[in-house]
Design a protein around this ligand. Structure first.
Ligand SMILES: [Zn+2]
Ligand SMILES: [Zn+2]
Length: 269
């Protein structure tokens, strides 16, 4: 078997398990397999995801993983050529840099995510890159990688930029990737799992409800971890319990091509 096919197979397998099945599976288990009464009451939308929606989310995620595996093979080649800033010797940088590099990665990723995400919502870009992700009005954890082929480019590009420009120890990098996967899966799981003290005291951190609201409202809450960019740019929308997603209160901001699709119709609550 040619070496590049072998590398692709390994990359696909590792990504499938570590970047999709584990984070999405953990969140699926928490909210759908063994939900406690507390978890049930934490459900954000009254509408439940349909089986065909979940099937589409898994299908699109598997297709996206094929692209991610291809990009990973190229990234590995760049790493082998000595272009990455990943360092194995902990004494190459001060010890405090390892945990700080995780925070730096989160801040950079959030900034990248906000602006590329907002750009993907431009009317002429949306159908080509991002409409597939937004077919999930009531997303599940399985939608975490549900991207159209072209959307995989900006989604993956951040990780390439990260290892080329930010020196990270493999432990810090892996911790960050695991955290990113769990936050992404949680953000789509449809249940408010964010600890109460964060929701009430740490206003700049996004709760699950914020990205869930993005799947219903489209033009607000573009950030991933934080809502600082959303607040600065006037796109922040909070999900107040007193203002449920009733059609009379929530304006329909979905692009026309999705409004006409039955699969992406606003939930009838
Ligand atoms: Zn989403
Ligand atoms: Zn979006």
């Amino acid at each position: 078997m040619p070496a590049y096919i072998q590398q692709f197979t390994i990359c696909f397998g590792v990504l499938l398990v570590a970047a999709y099945l584990v984070p999405a599976g953990v969140l699926h288990w928490i909210v759908a397999v063994r939900p406690t009464p507390e978890i049930e009451t934490a459900r954000i939308q009254r509408r439940r995801p349909r089986r065909e929606d979940v099937r589409r989310e898994v299908r699109q995620s598997l297709a996206a993983l094929v692209f991610f595996a291809l990009y990973s093979v190229a990234l590995l080649a760049a790493y082998r050529a000595g272009r990455a800033l990943v360092y194995w010797n902990p004494s190459d940088y001060p010890l405090w840099w390892a945990p700080l590099s995780v925070v730096v990665a989160m801040v950079l990723h959030d900034t990248w995510f906000y602006w590329t995400h907002r750009a993907m919502h431009l009317r002429w870009v949306f159908p080509w890159l991002h409409a597939g992700h937004h077919r999930s009005i009531t997303p599940t954890a399985w939608a975490m990688l549900s991207f159209q082929p072209l959307e995989t480019v900006p989604q993956f590009a951040f990780f390439a930029l990260l290892i080329f420009f930010v020196p990270m120890h493999p432990v810090a990098l892996l911790s960050y990737l695991m955290l990113d996967g769990l936050v992404n899966a949680a953000g789509h799981c449809g249940h408010e799992l964010t600890p109460r003290f964060i929701r009430e005291r740490v206003g700049f951190i996004n709760a699950v409800a914020h990205h869930d609201l993005h799947h219903r409202r489209f033009q607000s809450n573009f950030g991933q971890y934080f809502n600082v960019w959303d607040r600065l740019m006037g796109t922040f929308l909070d999900d107040k319990p007193a203002a449920p997603e009733t059609p009379s209160i929530v304006r329909d901001e979905r692009p026309r091509e999705l409004v006409s699709r039955p699969a992406a119709r606003e939930p009838s609550v």
